[in-house]
Design a protein around this ligand. Structure first.
Ligand SMILES: *Cc1c(COP(=O)(O)O)cnc(C)c1O
Length: 361
């Protein structure tokens, strides 16, 4: 079977074992005589899948008891609106740290709903880095601070979370959730669309502190209130059952591969292979991100000119390496190497980079 070296930015690669399992179970899930998609979302068979996905998230991320884990729809993009709807009061200001296009989009939605400020931004240098903590302006009076832990388009990632702010921190972790262990207790709310590191598109994971729920105003429509979903175990309405089943399978795969420590080790090895190829190319491949802000998940780089970029992408495709074109705001190339992308795929890309440079450098 000819599986592609899949470097897509999202939707992205899924582990082959997870797809095989889904295939085996597709026509007859646990002797029900039907696929998981055809089960009632109120059946005990589906309930087990649903609860297992939630309990695995709790286990893998070490979620403290005073947090809730919910599964929603609408992608990370709906969270851009739900967060200010639920948590930005009219007399308060929400603080957005801008590190890329997705943080800008989050800010745009908050601006529609209330007062905002920008605590720090690396826009001036085309988002090539994560601001230092000393540059970030956070006031205890801010209603919350919003940040994007991994900037999918620019290839930067918060190296660590050393902050100790007296303000709830809410983070978009769409493109790096479960790629490494994180100190969850430093965040009041985290969220992630599933289609990068968790499974297929259609499910969004939100983990939030229970104490936040008391702050939700009365005038928010039912489906857009976090407490609707916490009270109903994410079964207020029909959940995306197949997506949640796949999420469960991906979480089991992560657990079998050493949990978040295992993922971090593998991801560092993969990223090192590619960054080393960039650093040892004498400037033929130019990385977009500052070295201190480099992402483990999205490796962004440019070749000396557009013509070579194009040739590189075309030849890569001929070698079954797919999805390497950079986003238009950065240009060049981007290798998205999420949890499910193998070390072998990264080595294949590295070998091709070396060979291409020998021919065209
Ligand atoms: C992909 C992505 C999004 C958008 O996710 P949707 O599920 O399509 O809304 C938001 N934030 C980040 C960091 C992303 O990588």
């Amino acid at each position: 079977m000819n599986r592609a070296h899949n470097f897509n930015a999202g939707p992205a690669a899924l582990p082959a074992e997870v797809l095989e399992k889904a295939k085996e179970e597709l026509l007859n899930f646990e002797e029900t005589g039907m696929s998981v998609m055809e089960l009632s979302h109120r059946s005990k068979e589906y309930d087990n899948v649903h609860n297992k996905a939630i309990s695995l998230l709790k286990e893998l991320l070490n979620v403290p008891d005073d947090y809730e884990v919910i599964l929603l729809q609408g992608g990370a993009s709906l969270q851009f609106s739900m967060i200010p709807m639920n948590f930005l009061k009219s007399e308060e200001t929400a603080n957005y740290i801008l590190t890329g296009s997705w943080s800008e989009k989050a800010l745009k939605e908050a601006k529609i709903l209330g007062e905002t400020k920008t605590g720090a931004s690396s826009k001036e240098t085309n988002y090539d880095r994560i601001p230092e903590l000393s540059e970030i302006d956070v006031d205890p009076k801010d209603s919350y601070v919003h940040l994007t832990t991994n900037n999918t388009i620019f290839g930067t990632q918060w190296p660590s979370f050393e902050f100790d702010w007296d303000t709830p921190v809410m983070a978009d972790m769409s493109s790096d959730i479960l790629c490494r262990p994180i100190p969850l207790e430093k965040f009041s709310l985290i969220y992630a669309g599933a289609q990068k590191n968790l499974g297929p598109s259609g499910v969004t994971v939100v983990i939030l502190k229970k104490s936040l729920l008391e702050k939700i105003p009365d005038d928010i429509p039912t489906l857009l209130r976090y407490d609707t979903h916490t009270k109903s175990n994410s079964l207020y309405h029909t959940p995306p059952t197949f997506g949640i089943y796949m999420l469960k399978n991906v979480l089991e795969w992560i657990q079998e591969h050493g949990g978040l420590e295992g993922m971090e080790k593998r991801n560092k090895e993969k990223a090192d292979i590619l960054y080393k190829a960039i650093d040892e190319s004498d400037g033929f491949y130019k990385g977009h991100a500052d070295k201190d802000s480099r992402s483990l998940m999205n490796v962004t780089f440019n070749l000396p000119n557009d013509e070579l970029n194009k040739l590189f992408l075309n030849q890569a495709k001929e070698r079954n390496m797919i999805g390497l074109n950079g986003h238009r705001s950065v240009g060049g190339c981007r290798a998205s190497i999420y949890n499910a992308v193998s070390i072998e795929s990264c080595k294949a890309l590295r070998d091709f980079m070396v060979e291409f440079q020998q021919q065209h450098g």
